[in-house]
Design a protein around this ligand. Structure first.
Ligand code: C5P
Length: 230
């Protein structure tokens, strides 16, 4: 459990995407990973990492009942609130933030990242408590090219990163940031907060903190799960 910060903490877990890249009828957050729906793993990670963290799960209106039934079926009793998703991730986060507005440190997590290590969660909340923000990243290891198949040029990968969640912020920063009008560039929370001029602190993410977007990711997640100790 997190001992280093005494602030009241909250996490918005967004799971209201349409997920049409996966090719199944069941939304990816409800697919089974080692006996539990993906989303339950994600919620459980935060509950285990930080004592008394306030959890809000954001789902499309028509999936609220499905989720409640799954919780009952799996005897899943971790306390959490439900909020309704919007047409863009930005609006889903915004709806979730209302439910944790009284927390001092607030994170946002993709519901489809079920393997986020508890150690990484603690590190992100701890760093955000000290610096105002914390975003986990992985340095890019492939070579990169920019352009199209005909015309393209190499890019320097030296200072490029892949960005993960949880992205964690001081309450006043994230609440103010989400009062802005939506812009298509807002693909994650750091981009929204940064637009107001706040500094984004990065920390080393985790390779196993994958986002489940295609069928092979579920197999990879099962593999990582079998090796994880926390
Ligand atoms: O599609 P993308 O990779 O941005 O999705 C990241 C997370 O945001 C997923 O967990 C997805 O369910 C969530 N999301 C959402 N509402 C949307 C779009 C995405 O909650 N309108």
């Amino acid at each position: 459990m997190l001992k280093t910060i005494s602030s009241k903490t909250g996490i918005v877990i967004v799971a209201a995407g349409s997920g049409n890249r996966f090719g199944t009828d069941i939304p990816k957050q409800f697919l089974t990973l080692n006996h539990w729906p993906v989303l339950m793993h994600t919620v459980n990670r935060f509950s285990k990492a930080i004592e008394n963290i306030e959890i809000v799960v954001v789902l499309p209106e028509n999936h609220h009942e499905t989720w409640k039934n799954l919780c009952e079926k799996h005897d899943f009793t971790i306390p959490h609130k439900l909020a309704t998703g919007g047409s863009e991730r930005f609006y889903s986060v915004k709806n979730g933030l209302v439910e944790v507005a009284d927390c001092e440190i607030i994170g946002v997590q993709d519901g489809v990242r079920p393997l986020v290590p508890t150690k990484l969660i603690k590190k992100c909340f701890d760093t955000a408590a000290r610096h105002g923000s914390c975003v986990p990243v992985i340095p890019v290891s492939d070579s990169l090219r920019k352009g199209n198949f005909q015309q393209n040029e190499p890019m320097n990968r030296q200072d490029l990163y892949r960005v993960q969640t949880p992205q964690v912020f001081r309450q006043s920063w994230i609440m103010k940031a989400y009062e802005q009008n939506f812009m298509p560039e807002f693909t994650d929370d750091a981009s929204v907060v940064e637009q107001l001029g706040y500094q984004i602190f990065l920390t080393e993410g985790a390779e196993e903190n994958i986002k489940i977007t295609k069928p092979a990711d579920l197999e990879l997640a099962a593999f990582f799960l079998s090796r994880q100790s926390d």
